[in-house]
Ligand binder design. Structure first.
Ligand SMILES: *Cc1c(COP(=O)(O)O)cnc(C)c1O
Length: 435
């Protein structure tokens, strides 16, 4: 097995994360530890913006914050002028705490709660991505009561199936998200929104899936959406200001994944939208994309301490670490495949094949299947790269294990951005039977 090209080591041969020795990080902060290389996040931010800048079109890169919604992350993207997607009141709260300007916040979700919509209206966020008829009604009631207005974008399902895992596939007609185009729902929603004086219909949105490697799915989605817009202009006189093509840009988890650079996705999308807009004689809309995984996924490495092992000859070789499905449920949930190496000798010869498991009381608590590693001893630090997206945000306290700490590393310095939970933290909501 080959290592990622991006694995950097110091003179001692130890893995470096943002210029910091990973073994020292584990000593200083303990494990499990999620360590981000901040430069990798910044590289993605620049990559997604650059192709839009080069093309000179109006755009917004809206970070899908469910991928990693730490306060530090909102603060970082805000510095770079990005927008963000939120999908709950909790994410909205965190985004605002992180200083995100409300007008650059988009609210997604298939069952936004009344309280959440009220909060979004009160905070005057930029966009509600309207998902269904009940939501239109609910939002209308709130806006009437509060004598308020808000920008909305219509989420549609274009009927495109991106090649990806079925749990993370959302563009097809039987998706739980958005208004279906084929059955006429999208058109019905358009007419309701056009008539509503409290909702400013800015455009349409689709999100075709996640961990997508080919640009083609995005081009097909752009084609479908612009066709729809051309039809709506003709029949209803509606012209969109915003074309939001969602996220889903793939990243490298292991050798089998070969993602495109952010710039290539964006320049292909921009070029196609320009062609389509010219063909149908529409005005050029602002293009919005919503990368989540691609913004942060490859930037983090999780460090674990190796503990016990179980070997049954010819049957199994389990190597256990001090974390697991509580800090990274993706292998158990999606059958996601990761790789791993040792922090103090990432380039050492890989002499054994093991299954890396966690410490949780589930047989499904596996982190890496068929992992080639050098011979290890308890106390060695295992590094699992590409754990920056949907790891910490999906973390749980199962078995009352505290959630890990998160550090940002850059130019040889580390900074704790999320401290490790304590046992007391995990009891904070408990009222018990007696006071
Ligand atoms: C999850 C999601 C994204 C981000 O997806 P990634 O695969 O993390 O890029 C973007 N837009 C919407 C609407 C989403 O639900």
């Amino acid at each position: 097995m080959q290592l990622a090209d991006s694995v950097e080591v110091n003179e001692q041969g130890h893995l470096l994360i943002g210029g910091v020795d990973a073994v020292k990080l584990a000593e200083k902060y303990g494990t499990p530890l999620i360590a981000y290389d901040v430069r990798k996040i910044k590289k993605q931010i620049r990559g997604f913006k650059q192709a839009f800048e080069d093309a000179g079109v109006k755009y917004m890169v809206s970070y899908a914050s469910k991928a990693f919604s730490a306060l530090a992350m909102y603060q970082l993207i805000n510095k770079y002028g990005l927008g963000c997607d939120i999908v709950s009141g909790g994410e909205l709260y965190a985004a605002l705490k992180g200083g995100m300007p409300p007008e650059r916040i988009e609210f997604h979700g298939n069952n936004k709660l009344q309280d959440e919509l009220e909060m979004a209206v009160d905070e005057k966020i930029g966009t509600i991505v309207v998902d269904n008829f009940r939501e239109i009604k609910l939002l209308d009631h709130i806006l009437r009561r509060k004598h308020a207005n808000i920008g909305v974008v219509l989420r549609v399902t274009p009927g495109i199936e991106a090649e990806t895992h079925q749990y993370i596939m959302t563009g097809q007609s039987n998706s739980k998200f958005g208004f279906d185009i084929r059955s006429g729902q999208a058109e019905e929603a358009l007419q309701q929104l056009m008539k509503n004086p409290r909702m400013n219909l800015m455009g349409i949105h689709c999100h075709i899936g996640s961990q997508i490697f080919a640009v083609n799915g995005f081009l097909m989605a752009a084609e479908k959406l612009v066709e729809v817009l051309a039809d709506w202009k003709k029949r209803f006189g509606y012209e969109a200001d915003v074309l939001n093509l969602g996220g889903g840009f793939g990243i490298r988890y292991n050798d089998f994944d070969q993602p495109l650079p952010a710039e290539e996705f964006v320049s292909a999308i921009v070029e196609r939208v320009k062609e389509l807009v010219a063909k149908y004689e529409l005005k050029m809309p602002e293009i919005i994309i919503e990368p989540g995984r691609a913004m942060v996924g490859e930037a983090a490495t999780t460090l674990y301490t190796i503990g016990s092992r179980k070997d049954v000859d010819g049957v199994c070789h389990f190597l256990a670490v001090d974390g697991g499905m509580g800090d990274n449920i993706r292998p158990a949930l999606y059958d996601a495949h990761y790789e791993a190496y040792l922090a103090d000798r990432p380039n050492a010869l890989r002499e054994q094949m093991v299954t890396v498991v966690g410490k949780y009381c589930e047989s499904g608590d596996v982190l890496v299947h068929d992992c080639a590693l050098p011979n290890t001893k308890p106390g060695d630090i295992l590094a699992m790269p590409s754990t920056g997206a949907y790891g910490y945000t999906m973390a749980s306290n199962y078995n009352r294990n505290p959630r890990p700490a998160v550090v940002f590393c850059e130019d040889g310095k580390s900074r704790l951005v999320v401290r490790r939970e304590t046992y007391a933290d995990m009891m904070a909501c408990e009222l018990g039977l007696e006071d």
